[in-house]
Design a binder for this molecule. Structure first.
Ligand code: MG
Ligand code: MG
Length: 273
């Protein structure tokens, strides 16, 4: 890791306003996808809708062409079904009743990114899986509560881990949250596990993606040979919720929003949390 990679960039109110605006576009792109999540739709179709929505708003999907060591992500969304934790590539795979599907998306506009994710039920799902979604969602907000100036990254990590492990879920170790700004992934890393009072000190103006990745079974994950897809080793389901937030005095303030997603879910009589 180079020195620059370790620098934490504090954002001004003007920069935060750009990220918040991008969060609005992102929340609405998510909602367009949410409308279409039904048995019978392919993950590729969902990707197309999000990409069009983002491009229609003069923005760029952050993940499209995202480069990891020369390997470019081919799509606008990461779509992760059932035992896939994150980084699933949209394909001809068709969603079926009882599945869960995590949609992760980023919007880049005016020089800054916003990043958020939500996991949906596809029609009625098993009670234990519905509980996993609800509690993963709750763990995200437990983390955001701790994202206040004077705390440390470990306070966020601990809060997420404590909530998830209360229910004996697995907390994925290999993937973590991150700073967000001019780059999609900036310092610091924000693990979903850790100790209170450890890690970098939180200051007002730090922008972080907090993103619990929680599993119904064991916490071990493997990567498929497509070089992207991360799934649970035991093939049990995983959930993923993410907000981009800014550290404030009392608690973190979300710069991304689930408001539009949840309006769509309410219309379908579906709720996650
Ligand atoms: Mg994300
Ligand atoms: Mg992220």
């Amino acid at each position: 890791m180079s020195k620059r990679d370790r620098i934490i960039y504090l954002k001004s109110e003007e920069e935060l306003e750009i990220i918040r605006n991008n969060g609005q576009i992102l929340g609405k792109a998510h909602a367009e996808v949410a409308k279409l999540i039904e048995p019978g739709i392919s993950t590729k179709e969902l990707d197309k809708v999000a990409e069009e929505y983002i491009k229609d708003h003069k923005a760029h999907p952050s993940f499209l062409g995202y480069d990891v060591g020369g390997l470019k992500f081919p799509s606008s969304l990461c779509i992760s079904v059932n035992d896939v934790v994150v980084h699933g590539i949209p394909s001809n795979r068709v969603l079926k009743e009882g599945d869960i599907v995590s949609i992760d998306c980023g919007v880049y506009k005016d020089g800054y990114h916003a990043d958020s994710a939500y996991t949906y039920p596809v029609g009625p799902i098993a009670k234990e899986v519905a509980d996993l979604l609800k509690r993963t969602y709750e763990s995200l907000y437990k983390g955001i509560e701790q994202a206040k100036a004077g705390n440390r990254v470990g306070d966020i990590s601990f809060a997420v881990q404590e909530h998830a492990e209360k229910f004996r879920y697995g907390v994925v170790r290999e993937l973590v949250g991150h700073g967000v700004g001019k780059f999609l992934h900036e310092a610091p890393e924000v693990p979903n596990f850790g100790k209170r009072g450890n890690g970098p000190k939180l200051q007002e103006g730090m922008v972080l993606a907090i993103e619990p990745m929680i599993t119904l079974g064991r916490r071990s994950v493997v990567q498929e040979n497509d070089n992207w897809t991360i799934r649970t080793e035991d093939r049990k389901q995983a959930a993923h919720f993410e907000h981009t937030i800014v550290v404030r005095k009392g608690a973190g303030e979300a710069l991304t929003t689930f408001e539009y997603i949840e309006a769509v879910l309410a219309k379908k009589n579906l709720t996650v949390a």
